[in-house]
Design a protein around this ligand. Structure first.
Ligand code: HEC
Length: 445
C-alpha cells in the first residue's frame, strides 16, 4: 500500500512540469553561454529564475498560463527572430513542449531556496566594507565596490540596477571614462593576484581584464581620454595598460615601497604616482619615464586627487595633512625645496585614506580613518562643512558630476550621500542585498 502511494505520488510529480527538472537543464545547456550576468545578450540573464522571469529588452520572458504570449516561446519556436538558441539547431520539439507545458501550468519556481542565487553570485550576511565608489559622468549611476563584484546603483540611492561580478575578491578603485562608456576597476585577491577590469558601463559587460603581480593593486586611474589605465602595486611598481586591448604599455619602477595612488595630468601627458615611500613622482605618461619628485617627503601617501582643469594635486596620508601641490615646479627648484607646495589644509583626526576634488574645482573632500569627511574651499583652504554619521573610517569619497553631492563609503558598509554644500545627509543605504537569516522575517536591513 505504502509502495503504491509512493508510486502514485511519483507519477503525479512527473506529470506536473517542473522548472528545476525540465526547464533549468535546457537553459543551462543551451542558453546560459550568452545569457548570464557577465554577458547578458539582449539584457536577459537565464542563470536564475528571477533573471528568467524578469526577461530582457522585450520584457518578462514568460506570461504564466499563456505559452503563446510568452517571449521565450516565440524565440525558441522562431516566431520571433533571430531564433534561439542563436546560431544553433532549434530546440527539439519535446523540449519546446516542456517549456510550453510548464508555462501553461503556471510557470512555478520549484528551485530550492539555496539555489536562488546564481552560481558565483556573492551572498552577503553583513554589509561589505566599501573601498571604492564613483558616480557615472551622466549622473545616473553610482558604482560601488562589493565583495568580488561592482554594484551599479541609481545615483540617488533608490535602487540596485546591476551587479558586475569579476574574478578579483576586492575592488579597491573605480574610474569612469569622461563619456561614461568605460568603467575601469582595479583590485585583486590578496596574496594571489592583482586585476584590472574594463567594463562596458552601459551594458554592464566585462570587456577585458588583465591580471598582474601576486597581490592586489591600488589607486587605479584613467587618462582623461580613457585610453590608458594606471595602477599601483605592492612590488613598488606602477603598471600602465592600454584600455582598448588590456595590454601593458609599460611599467614604472622608481618607487621604493608600495604604490597606493595614481592620477593623470589634465592633458594626459603626465602621471603622478605616490605611496608608502612618501614620494609623489611625476612621470611621462607616453613612455613611463620618471621626470621628477613633486613633493617634499613627509608621511606615507595613501590618496591623490587632481583639480578638474589644472595640473594641481592634493595628497594625503599618514601625517593627516592634505597638501596641495602644483605638478609644475619652478626651474630653479632645489632638492628638498618645497616651492611646489601651494597650500596645506587642516590636520585631520586620522590618517587620510581618500580624497576627491569636485568637478567644478571648488571643493576638496578629505576622508580619513576618523568617521567624518571634511570639505574645504579649494581656493582659500577654509573648511566648508563636515559630513558625519559614519560609524568608522572612510575609504572612499566621490563628488557627483554636478558637484552638488558627495558619496562616501567605508568600514561600516553603508553608502551615504550628502548635499555637498552643507553636508546634509540625503540618504544612507547598504549597497548589497543582504541574505535573510533563516527563521527571521522581514528585511535584514
Ligand atoms: C550564441 C548566443 C546565444 C545563445 C546560445 C542563446 N541566445 Fe538568446 N539571444 C542572443 C542574442 C544576441 C539575442 C538578441 C537578439 C536580437 O534581438 O537581435 C538574444 C535574445 C533572446 C531573447 C529575447 C530577449 C528580449 O527580451 O529581448 C530570448 C527570450 C532569448 N534570447 C532566449 C534564449 C533561449 C531560451 C536560449 C536557449 C534555448 C538562447 N536564447 C540562447 C544570444 C543567444
Amino acid at each position: 500500500m505504502r509502495y503504491l502511494l509512493l508510486c502514485l505520488a511519483g507519477a503525479a510529480a512527473a506529470a506536473e512540469p517542473s522548472y528545476v527538472r525540465d526547464i533549468q537543464p535546457v537553459l543551462q545547456k543551451q542558453c546560459q553561454g550568452c545569457h548570464q550576468p557577465a554577458s547578458k545578450s539582449s539584457d536577459l540573464d537565464l542563470t536564475t529564475f528571477t533573471g528568467f522571469a524578469a526577461g530582457g529588452k522585450h520584457g518578462p520572458a514568460f506570461v504564466a498560463g499563456l505559452p503563446d504570449e510568452s517571449v521565450v516561446v516565440r524565440y525558441v519556436t522562431g516566431q520571433a527572430k533571430p531564433q534561439m538558441p542563436l546560431g544553433q539547431p532549434a530546440l527539439p520539439v519535446d523540449q519546446v513542449d516542456l517549456i510550453r507545458a510548464w508555462i501553461r501550468a503556471g510557470a512555478k519556481d520549484d528551485s530550492p531556496l539555496e539555489s536562488k542565487v546564481a552560481p558565483g553570485e556573492t551572498v552577503y550576511h553583513q554589509p561589505p566594507v566599501i573601498t571604492a565608489l564613483r558616480f557615472s559622468p551622466d549622473g545616473k549611476y553610482l558604482a560601488v565596490s562589493g565583495n568580488g563584484e561592482i554594484l551599479l546603483h541609481k545615483a540617488d540611492g533608490t535602487g540596485l540596477v546591476r551587479r558586475l561580478p569579476g574574478d578579483a575578491e576586492r575592488v579597491l578603485s573605480l574610474a569612469f571614462s569622461k563619456d561614461g562608456s568605460l568603467l575601469a576597476a582595479a583590485g585583486g585577491t590578496p596574496a594571489r593576484f592583482g586585476e584590472v577590469q574594463l567594463w562596458d558601463a552601459r551594458e554592464g559587460k566585462l570587456l577585458r581584464a588583465a591580471k598582474l603581480t601576486s597581490d592586489t593593486v591600488f589607486g587605479g586611474s584613467l587618462s582623461p581620454d580613457g585610453a590608458k589605465v594606471a595602477v599601483g602595486c605592492t612590488d613598488n611598481t606602477v603598471h600602465v595598460f592600454d584600455t582598448t586591448t588590456a595590454k601593458e604599455l609599460y611599467k614604472i619602477g622608481n618607487h621604493e615601497n608600495w604604490v597606493l595612488a595614481t592620477v593623470f595630468g589634465v592633458d594626459g601627458k603626465r602621471l603622478v604616482s605616490a605611496g608608502r615611500d612618501r614620494s609623489a613622482k611625476l612621470i611621462d605618461a607616453a613612455n613611463g619615464q620618471f621626470l621628477e619628485n613633486v613633493n617634499l617627503l613627509r608621511g606615507e601617501i595613501d590618496a591623490l586627487a587632481r583639480h578638474p582643469q589644472k595640473d594641481i594635486i592634493v595628497t594625503g596620508g599618514e601625517d593627516r595633512v592634505p597638501y596641495i601641490y602644483t605638478m609644475d615646479r619652478s626651474k630653479n627648484m632645489k632638492i628638498a625645496d618645497d616651492s611646489t607646495l601651494l597650500r596645506k589644509l587642516d590636520r585631520q583626526n586620522g590618517p587620510i585614506l581618500a580624497l576627491d576634488w569636485s568637478p567644478d574645482g571648488k571643493l576638496i573632500a578629505v576622508a580619513s580613518s576618523a568617521p567624518e569627511v571634511n570639505l574645504y574651499d579649494a581656493e582659500t583652504g577654509a573648511k566648508v562643512a563636515s559630513c558625519t554619521g559614519h560609524a568608522a573610517g572612510i575609504y572612499t569619497v566621490a563628488f557627483s558630476p554636478d558637484s552638488a553631492r558627495l558619496a562616501t563609503g567605508g568600514f561600516d558598509g553603508r553608502v551615504r550621500i550628502y548635499e555637498a554644500a552643507t553636508c546634509k545627509q540625503e540618504v544612507a543605504f547598504v549597497p548589497v542585498p543582504l541574505a535573510q537569516e533563516v527563521g527571521k522575517l522581514g528585511g535584514a536591513q
